[in-house]
Design a protein around this ligand. Structure first.
Ligand code: HEM
Length: 457
């Protein structure tokens, strides 16, 4: 990652424009990228109407109001129809999209699969996946071939999910098939079509391409095969299969298991892959930060294995990971919909209004962060965290729907960064025009191509 550069530059972001110019840019780029639609004011105001839609779209940036919406004590703001519509062919009635009683039952049955004890068991499987990835990178370092950073990180995090959820590696036939079909899904799924967002009223279905629906059907069938062939009890699938509803004593049906385990695959590998891609990219441009990270790893783990306990004793690696989640929150937006007219944060919402919570704007908001666009991990060392505005950093969401995998993802992120930074230099000097877009997760618009070398010590 040691590509020497001049003064520290802010990492890439869409240039905030006036609203009309932002809309023109978004339509011209034709990527359906909501990030490009955000006007300059979105980084300054506490709340504001977004755009020109027939459907009212309000962005909320005040941490206290955001918390109120996400806690949703009165059941007025469920997950938005746009998000549910994009995901339902894939993960049906999974915990990621449900609300109310259905969600409560699912969450109570799933939480224990991510307990601290399970996490320390999963850590071993994570480490084995990283070892295999190091082997692949060693080969690339020897050959000098360029690689896609995005694809390498997606492959690694998908392998981690397969091993921790199902105890199989990504190279086993069915797991590989799931991964390949997820790439089709991720690339083509339509969450929002900007033109339709402007013209359609609330609860209008966004049609999916036949190719996306076919990929979803194949993924569900592969997941079914993995569930049918599953025997272990120590992994995450084992815990979810064994889970029982406290009141009825019943477990999940086969279809429900496909929904739930599918969401672990989706939410659990795309998100961390996004964060790791941006982290490696930024570290490659900031040798000063990379040196500090390496000094910490060398002091804590030396050349030996990196244990779960070590990851909890690397405050700087944790800070690098969190600062990456601040600048490039993998879940760019958390849309909710107003089920009925409501008044919140000084705004009156009509029924069907799209209520936008955007980690992206909260995390770069001028009222809560100094030099918000600067990559500065020191913000997440204890002294920096002590002065942060509560609720202005929500990469894992907030309230009852907070990410079940936050602890898992944090251990994984620190482990991967520590081990890759210790062993390799990533040269991104040939990557051109890197810019973030909001797809299923926050991704570079085009793959970041890089070269890998063994670290010179
Ligand atoms: C850096 C990595 C990750 C990030 C940034 C992230 C972010 C989030 C966010 C923001 C939410 C809330 C969405 C909303 O309220 O609309 C969420 C929910 C969820 N995440 Fe994660 N996630 C990550 C990793 C994981 C992992 C590793 C897993 C599982 C293996 C996972 C499973 C889930 C599930 C099941 C939910 C739904 C929880 C509920 O609604 O009760 N996530 N995640």
């Amino acid at each position: 990652m040691a590509q020497k550069q001049g003064p520290a530059l802010d990492p890439p972001r869409p240039r905030p424009l006036w609203p009309v110019a932002a809309l023109a840019r978004t339509l011209w780029q034709g990527e359906g990228n909501l990030l490009a639609l955000l006007p300059a004011s979105a980084y300054r105001v506490a709340a504001g109407a977004l755009g020109y839609s027939r459907r009212s779209i309000i962005l909320f940036n005040d941490p206290a109001v955001v918390r109120q919406i996400l806690e949703d004590k009165d059941g007025i703001f469920p997950k938005s129809d746009l998000m549910v519509g994009a995901l339902e062919a894939l993960i049906g009635e999974s915990i990621f999209v449900t609300d109310g009683e259905t969600w409560r039952r699912q969450r109570a049955m799933i939480d224990p699969a991510f307990s601290h004890m399970r996490l320390s068991i999963a850590f071993k499987a994570m480490s084995e996946a990283v070892t295999d990835q190091e082997g692949r990178l060693d080969q690339l370092a020897a050959s000098g071939e360029p690689m896609s950073l995005d694809l390498a990180m997606s492959h690694l995090t998908a392998d981690i999910i397969c091993r921790t959820v199902f105890s199989v590696s990504l190279d086993v036939g069915v797991a590989r098939d799931v991964f390949d079909d997820f790439i089709v899904f991720e690339r083509d799924v339509a969450q929002v079509r900007i033109a339709r967002l402007i013209s359609d009223p609330a609860w209008t279905r966004v049609p999916q391409k036949p190719g996306v629906l076919a990929a979803c059907a194949r993924i569900r069938s592969h997941l079914g095969a993995l569930i049918d062939g599953h025997t272990g009890t120590d992994d995450i699938a084992g815990a979810v299969i064994a889970a029982r509803d406290a009141s009825t004593g019943e477990g999940f049906s086969r279809d429900e298991l496909i929904d739930q385990l599918g969401v672990f695959f989706l939410a659990g590998h795309e998100t961390t892959a996004s964060a790791l891609t941006w982290a490696v990219y930024m570290l490659a441009s900031r040798p000063d930060i990379l040196d500090r990270l390496r000094a910490e790893i060398d002091a804590v783990a030396g050349d030996g294995p990196v244990s779960f306990e070590h990851t909890r004793r690397m405050p700087f690696a944790r800070a690098v990971f969190r600062e990456t989640l601040r600048l490039y929150p993998p879940i760019t937006f958390m849309p909710r919909v107003a089920l009925k007219p409501a008044r919140i944060g000084g705004r009156t919402l009509r029924r069907g209004a799209l209520v936008m919570i955007a980690p992206w704007t909260l995390h770069r908001h001028k009222s809560y962060w100094q030099e918000p666009d600067r990559f500065d991990p020191d913000r997440f060392l204890p002294e920096g965290e002590a002065v942060q505005t509560p609720g202005a950093f929500i990469p894992f969401g907030a309230g009852p729907h907070t990410c079940v995998g936050a602890g898992f993802a944090t251990a994984e992120g620190i482990l991967v960064l520590a081990r890759l930074a210790r062993r390799f230099d990533f040269d991104v000097s040939e990557a051109r025009g890197v810019r973030p877009v909001a797809r299923l997760t926050t991704r570079p618009a085009r793959e970041i191509m890089c070269r890998v070398r063994l670290r010179h010590v």
